[in-house]
Every structure is written in structure tokens, then in C-alpha cells.
Design a protein around this ligand. Structure first.
Ligand code: SF4
Length: 446
């Protein structure tokens, strides 16, 4: 019963249609392999057509339908491995004839037959987790046999030839496959017409074997030094995740080839000064302003010159502007208005990855002393894990203790919503209310 509720919540909240937790790859970096036993993960077998049909009622046809990605503790597997995949696509199209279907895949099962199904189901958008464009690389990273690896690599060529839009991604592990493999993979995805290429820094927990480990700060810097120069001349936007950014300057990462923003002349590195008379406060805000329907007038600074560009967005059409992720300003406005109402200070316990952005945002607050930022180490997973979604109540409590060693008791504790499910429970099933009781301070998840 709880699994069903979680599936429906996933559909309603994130427009995700969970299909199966089964996967036919064995990636060395797959987070599911190293989860400590206390983690409450939900594995689902291939869902029946009746179950899928019921979930469709909870989706919003005005937003893209996401398959193969997870935003909850449901494990997402390989959607194309579902034995009734063609029938499921047909069901979606009957209910939502025009909605974009976004599918994430490792590419094994993208063959001519599947290409035909996808063409019939347009508009679709495919996210191929290619990881490596060499058989050797896919064997090392994804545990594949030769034939399987070849099929995975070939998948992007098939998509390209069929005119099916796709994004490529790779978990970067140069310490296992070498930097040349990374370069080959990026070049191959660009040649095959990927809309974007995401290069994800691998994460490992304390239980990972020693060959997977690296020094996170060193690896992040090395990846940035490798990727950013390539991105200057690449034929599509290259996105390092997490990005190497410490500010909120709305500098573009490029534009999707053929999109409105691309045709209007947006280039990587343009600093956005103004969109329709509004000055964007962050990259995320600039991206949102550029999606508004109607005429877009945009002022950018490029190499010391100010340029004015314009295009027209149709309703529900994306502009194609690509920005790295920094912070959602609507969320920040809510944090700020909450803090303003207090008579004493608040502390925001945040992930290691978010701390620099939050510190940059704090500089924009008039009464800076009212908001303190306390980064939280992930002791539960350990290793290189720095994302908010993998923090636990114990981690927050330890960080709060460190904060209290140097500061007085705050009036409010703010916690990142990524760490909790819709009932306010962390990955181990413990409620944020525990922190409130232990600390004797009001806690808000935001
Ligand atoms: S393709 Fe995704 S789900 Fe499957 S093993 Fe690799 S990382 Fe895990």
C-alpha cells in the first residue's frame, strides 16, 4: 500500500511514471550497490498495464512525462527492459497525445524496432547514460559484455539517424578508464548530435572499494579544467555536474542547437543582464524568465560589448537556453521572508554542495546576522557524498552540534527538502521532528 502511495506521489509531485526497478547493467558507480542496510529503498517489479494506466491519471499532461528517473526512494531501473514497454507507450499516447515523454536509458535495447516505436510516439526526448563510447570503457564502468556494449554505443547513432532528440550523459571516472576515454565519449556524443552532454562527477560512499575512491576536491577541479576548455568549442553545451560555480552570475552554458535561443544568437559565456526588463538574480531565474510565452528581449554582455537579442516563445515551448544550476530564487524568497519575521537568528543546515551558493545568497540579505549557513558532512554514507538528498537526521544533528559550539541557540532551523520524503522522513525513515525535539528549536523543511 505504501509503495503504491509513493508511486502516485511520484507521479503527482514530479510527473514521474515509475515502470520497473530492474536493470540489465551492473554499473560500478550504481548507488543501489552500496546503500547501507538502514536505507529504506523501494524496489518495484515491472508494473502491470492496469497499474500504469491508474498512475497515468495522476500525471499532468502539460508537463513532460518522465520515465527512468527517480525523485523518491523508488529505485528506477531500465525502462526499455519492461516486457510491455510498447504497450505502455501506446497507453501514454492515448491519454496524452501531445505531451513530451522523457526516457532515461543505458541504450542496450535501442534497436531498429525500438526506434520505430519511438518515432511513432513523438514528441519524445531520450537521455542516454552512455558513460563511455568504447567497449573497454563500458565493460569497466557498466560491467557489460562486448555485444551489449556495442549495442549501447550504437544507440546514439540510431537515435541521431532517426531524428529523435537525445541528451548524452556520462559518469566521469577517469581514474578507471583514463582521460582519453572521456574525451572520446564527449566527441562521439557531439558528433552524433546530442543536444547536451552532462558529465557527472561520480560519488562513492565509505563502503565503496578502494579503486573507486578519489579526493573529491581534486577530482572536481581536474574535471573542470578538462571540461570547460572543451566546452568553448564543442558543438553542444557540455555541463559538468556539480558545476564549478561560487556565484549567482547568470552566465549561459549555451543554447540547444536549432532552438529559439540558438537561432537568436545566444552563445556560451554570455552574461545575461536583462530579460524583458527584469534583471535575473541567478542562473535558474534567468532560465525561468527565458521560458515565458511570447516575445523575449534579452540583453547580454559578451567580450565587453552589450548585445540585444530577441525571439518569440510559443506556449509550452522551451527557449533552448542552457544554464548551469545554482539556486531557485522562489525558494530563496521563501527562506528570506521566513527569516525576516524572526526576532533572533536562524540557521540553515545545508549540503556541502550547496554551501557556496547559499553563502553568495546570504551576501544579498540586508540583516546578514539573521541567517547563518552551516554545512553538513555526510557521515552516514561518507566518502565523497555531498548532495542534500542523501543527508540523514543524524548528520543534521551532528552539524547542529558543531554550530552550537560557536553560536547561541537559533530561533529557527531550516533543512533542505531534498533530504525528506513527502511525510518528512529521511532515507532511513526518521522524521525531521526528531531534530526539533532534540534541539528544542522549531525546524522547517524548505
Ligand atoms: S544503468 Fe542506472 S540503474 Fe542500471 S546499473 Fe547503471 S546506474 Fe544502476
Amino acid at each position: 500500500m505504501e509503495t503504491e502511495q509513493l508511486i502516485l506521489h511520484s507521479a503527482q509531485e514530479f510527473n514521474i511514471l515509475p515502470l520497473t526497478s530492474r536493470c540489465d547493467a551492473k554499473c560500478v558507480f550504481c548507488s543501489h550497490r552500496y546503500n547501507p542496510p538502514q536505507v529504506r529503498i523501494v524496489e518495484i517489479p515491472p508494473r502491470t498495464l492496469e497499474e500504469v494506466e491508474r498512475t497515468l491519471l495522476f500525471l499532468d499532461g502539460n508537463k513532460k512525462i518522465v520515465i527512468g528517473e527517480s525523485a523518491t526512494n523508488i529505485i528506477e531501473g531500465e525502462p526499455f527492459s519492461h516486457p510491455q514497454f510498447p504497450q505502455i507507450i501506446k497507453l501514454i499516447r492515448e491519454k496524452y497525445p501531445h505531451t513530451v515523454i522523457s526516457l532515461t536509458t543505458n541504450g542496450h535495447r535501442i534497436n531498429r524496432g525500438m526506434i520505430h516505436i519511438l518515432q511513432e510516439a513523438m514528441p519524445v526526448e531520450i537521455n542516454v547514460s552512455l558513460n563511455s563510447a568504447t567497449v573497454r570503457g563500458r565493460k569497466i564502468l557498466m560491467g557489460e559484455r562486448e555485444g551489449q556494449a556495442e549495442k549501447g554505443i550504437k544507440s546514439v547513432e540510431l537515435l541521431h539517424r532517426a531524428g529523435i532528440p537525445f541528451h548524452g550523459s556520462m559518469v566521469a571516472m577517469p581514474h578507471l578508464v583514463g582521460w582519453a576515454d572521456l574525451r572520446t565519449t564527449i566527441d562521439y556524443l557531439c558528433q552524433c548530435g546530442a543536444l547536451t552532454v552532462r558529465i557527472l562527477m561520480a560519488g562513492y560512499g565509505k563502503n565503496a572499494c578502494s579503486e573507486l575512491k578519489f579526493i573529491p576536491e581534486v577530482m572536481h577541479r581536474e574535471l573542470a579544467d578538462f571540461i570547460y576548455p572543451l566546452a568553448e568549442t564543442a558543438s553542444c553545451p557540455l555541463l559538468l555536474e556539480p558545476p564549478m560555480i561560487n556565484d549567482l552570475k547568470p552566465v549561459t552554458a549555451g543554447a540547444l542547437r536549432g532552438s529559439k535561443a540558438y537561432q537568436a544568437g545566444i552563445k556560451r559565456g554570455d552574461l545575461i543582464l536583462d530579460i524583458n526588463g527584469r534583471i535575473p538574480r541567478s542562473r535558474v531565474e534567468a532560465w525561468e524568465l527565458a521560458q515565458e510565452p511570447g516575445k523575449i528581449h534579452i540583453k547580454v554582455e559578451r567580450e565587453g560589448r552589450v548585445l540585444e537579442l530577441a525571439w518569440q516563445n510559443k506556449r509550452n515551448e522551451k527557449s533552448g537556453l542552457v544554464m548551469e544550476y545554482d539556486f531557485d530564487m522562489e525558494r530563496w524568497d521563501r527562506i528570506e521572508s521566513m527569516v525576516k519575521r524572526l526576532s533572533g537568528p536562524a540557521v540553515m543546515l545545508c549540503s556541502l554542495l550547496a554551501q557556496n551558493t547559499l553563502k553568495a545568497l546570504k551576501k544579498t540579505v540586508r540583516q546578514k546576522e539573521l541567517l547563518n549557513i552551516q554545512p553538513v558532512n555526510n557521515n552516514f554514507f561518507g566518502g565523497s557524498i555531498g548532495a542534500a538528498g542523501l543527508l540523514t537526521i543524524n548528520d543534521f544533528y551532528t552539524a547542529y552540534g558543531e554550530y552550537r559550539e560557536i553560536k547561541d541557540r537559533p530561533e529557527l532551523i531550516l533543512l533542505p527538502r531534498e533530504a525528506f520524503d513527502y511525510l518528512g522522513r529521511d532515507l532511513t525513515g526518521r522524521s525531521y521532528k526528531e531534530l526539533e525535539e532534540k534541539a528544542g528549536v522549531q525546524v522547517i523543511v524548505i
